[in-house]
Design a protein around this ligand. Structure first.
Ligand code: 6OG
Length: 171
C-alpha cells in the first residue's frame, strides 16, 4: 500500500481500520484508561473501529464524543501516524490504526463506561501500562514526527515479536 503523503488517512480495504486520538496541550497529553474489551487496564488514546461507510476522521470524532465526551472538528485532526498491527496467532484481529493528535476541541474529557481519561506530562508517560508498541512510536510523534510502521505480536497482543517504524516527511 502506498503510504499517505498528505494529511488525509487512507482506508486499507484488506484490514480492519481503527482510529486512535490524543488530545494534546502544552507539555501534556490526554490518555484514557480502557475499562473493557481489547486493552482493558491500559492507558491509551481514544478510538475504535471505523464503521462501514464512515470516513476515518469522522469515526475518530465519533469515538471522542462517545468515549470521553469531547467534540472535535475533522479539520482539527492531525494524522500523525499509521501503523499496521499483525497478530501472529489471531490473523482475524489484524488492523490498520490511524493516529491523530488534536490541539483544539470543545468540552472537558470525562469518564464513560468505556474509558477514564487523565492528563499526563508528555515527558513522563506510563509506558509500562500502555500497549507494548507505544514506546516505539509515541516518543517520535511527541517530538513532532509523523510515522508509519508494522508491528507483529505474539499471543493476544501483549508480546512484541518484531516491528519497524519509519519517519515520514512532515507535511
Ligand atoms: P475497540 O476494539 O475497543 O478499539 N489499539 C491499539 N492501540 C495500541 N496503542 N496498540 C495496539 O497494539 C492496539 N490495538 C488496538 C485501536 C480498540 C482501540 O485500541 C487501539 C482502538 O483505538 C496491538 O473498539
Amino acid at each position: 500500500m502506498v503510504p499517505p503523503r498528505n494529511n488525509s488517512p487512507v482506508y486499507n480495504r484488506d484490514m480492519r481500520n481503527v482510529t486512535l486520538c490524543f488530545l494534546v496541550r502544552e507539555n501534556e497529553i490526554c490518555l484514557a484508561m480502557k475499562k473493557r474489551r481489547f486493552g482493558a487496564g491500559k492507558w491509551n488514546g481514544v478510538g475504535g473501529k471505523v464503521e462501514e461507510g464512515e470516513f476515518i476522521k469522522e469515526a475518530a470524532v465519533r469515538e471522542l464524543r462517545e468515549e470521553i465526551g469531547v467534540d472535535a472538528s475533522v479539520d482539527d485532526l492531525d494524522n500523525v501516524g499509521n501503523l499496521h498491527f499483525y497478530f501472529n496467532e489471531h490473523p482475524d484481529w489484524n488492523q490498520y490504526m490511524h493516529i491523530f493528535f488534536i490541539k483544539r476541541w470543545t468540552g472537558e474529557p470525562k469518564e464513560s463506561e468505556e474509558m477514564a481519561p487523565r492528563w499526563h506530562k508528555q515527558n513522563a508517560l506510563p509506558y509500562n501500562d500502555m500497549g507494548v508498541d507505544d514506546i516505539h512510536w509515541l516518543p517520535q510523534v511527541l517530538a513532532g514526527k509523523r510515522v508509519e510502521g508494522e508491528f507483529y505480536f505474539d499471543g493476544d497482543g501483549e508480546k512484541l515479536d518484531k516491528f519497524q517504524v519509519r519517519e515520514l516527511a512532515t507535511s
